[in-house]
Write a protein that binds this ligand. Sequence first.
Ligand SMILES: [Zn+2]
Length: 147
Amino acid sequence: MKPFDDYPRGGRWPLGHSNNVACRTGYGLELQRLTGQTCCAYCGVSLIVDYYRWLFLSVDHVVPKSAALLLGIPSSYTEDFFNQVLCCSGCNGFGNRYTVPPALGQALPEWQRDRFVELRDRVFNDRRERIAKRRAIERASLRGNLG
Ligand SMILES: [Zn+2]
């Protein structure tokens, strides 16, 4: 499943995490170099076409930390690069305050890696659909304001 198929080891195994707290010059840059991603995982806009696009680079934790607490997922999974995607700041804003719907994932006493990867993929699809809807609604409301 895109974009994870393009990650090392098909994005199905932990890849480590960054200790650098800066996004564009730290963990976002490391994620970009590690995975080769160049576009927003949600809307597809290129983030590397020039420096101005790069300024919109953001990183999304697909399964949010809050869900990790609620569902008993180890933070070693949610903090890992294999739970992160490059995205534009617009999509990151649309995706804020996301909570995992109960239909997508229930708490487990122990999270095996493959179960987590399945959850991550379901959550990614759900987030991508929600962001696309919110984007379309905002865009429609701006009809006449944009060139
Ligand atoms: Zn985007």
